[in-house]
Write a protein that binds this ligand. Structure first.
Ligand SMILES: CC(C)(COP(=O)(O)OP(=O)(O)OC[C@H]1O[C@@H](n2cnc3c(N)ncnc32)[C@H](O)[C@@H]1OP(=O)(O)O)[C@@H](O)C(=O)NCCC(=O)NCCS
Length: 235
């Protein structure tokens, strides 16, 4: 089947969230940061929806789906095929460049929407916020150590392929949609994998190399993340 990778639209958000929730159901970081006994899937949906809306304007949020003819013989439009994969990349940002007012405003709107979710659902829907902040702190430390390019990195924030569509080349297409741009611009890429096997091997196939591991520890419970970088290819 022919797959296309296209920018996420408002109409794609439910399909994209469905793929993310399915693909991350057994993810080690997800299991560490959420309390399964209080996890609220609907609250998580609304939080991801706010993130998607923010991402449409502020990130490179893309979906992969089977290519279909959008116009029928009678001139009417067919509905797009289901979302099979999703990726969200943050564009490179120089650490010395101050954040623009517009970007600050968009970040503020996202935080406000998440606050509304907290009020509506009377909490974080099972998110262990102390663990979230442990991760953020470790992430900051890792990036400070690893990121050596003053132009910044393309940062892979989310990549997920629907379980039944995995292993068919869709992940590669989602990666290549960005790595081709990064290669043309001569910019490095970065990701944090929450799984060693098979993800680290998969990302190595995309040209990433292991930079360092990142342990997020909350007393007895630890989660290991794998920080990988990719240098631009010249040919
Ligand atoms: C990780 C993920 C995005 C990869 O997408 P995918 O569509 O399954 O991957 P592809 O089929 O495009 O395979 C990409 C490459 O990895 C290789 N690969 C795929 N599955 C593999 C496996 N289990 N072991 C080793 N290599 C594998 C493929 O051979 C391919 O290499 P090639 O193109 O050079 O032959 C997808 O499996 C996924 O969503 N997993 C669950 C969610 C997740 O873990 N997200 C990332 C969190 S960090």
């Amino acid at each position: 089947m022919a797959i296309e990778v296209v920018p996420l639209t408002e109409a794609d958000i439910p399909g994209a969230i469905h793929v993310i929730q399915q693909a991350f159901a057994d993810d080690p970081y997800f299991k560490w940061v959420f309390d399964a006994s209080t996890f609220n899937k609907r609250r998580n949906y609304d939080s991801l929806a706010a993130r998607c809306q923010w991402g449409i304007k502020n990130a490179i949020f893309q979906v992969a789906r089977e290519k279909t003819d959008v116009t029928k013989d009678d001139g009417s439009s067919t509905s797009p095929s289901p979302v099979l994969g999703v990726s969200c990349w943050l564009p490179p940002q120089s650490p010395t460049q101050p954040e623009t007012w517009a970007s600050w405003m968009q970040g503020w709107i996202l935080s406000f929407n998440q606050l509304i979710n907290n009020i509506r659902y009377l909490g974080h829907g099972g998110l262990r916020t102390n663990r979230y902040w442990i991760w953020k702190q470790q992430q900051q430390k890792a990036q400070t150590e690893i990121w050596d390019d003053p132009r910044g990195y393309y940062f892979c924030n989310i990549v997920a392929v629907s379980p039944e569509a995995q292993g068919k080349g869709i992940g590669r297409l989602l990666f290549e949609a960005i790595t081709k741009i990064a290669d043309t611009e001569g910019v490095k890429c970065y990701l944090e994998s929450s799984k060693n096997k098979p993800n680290v091997q998969i990302y190595e196939r995309m040209g990433f190399e292991m930079s360092r591991t990142m342990e997020c520890r909350d007393a007895e419970d630890a989660c290991m993340l794998y920080c990988m970088t990719r240098n631009p290819k010249t040919e």
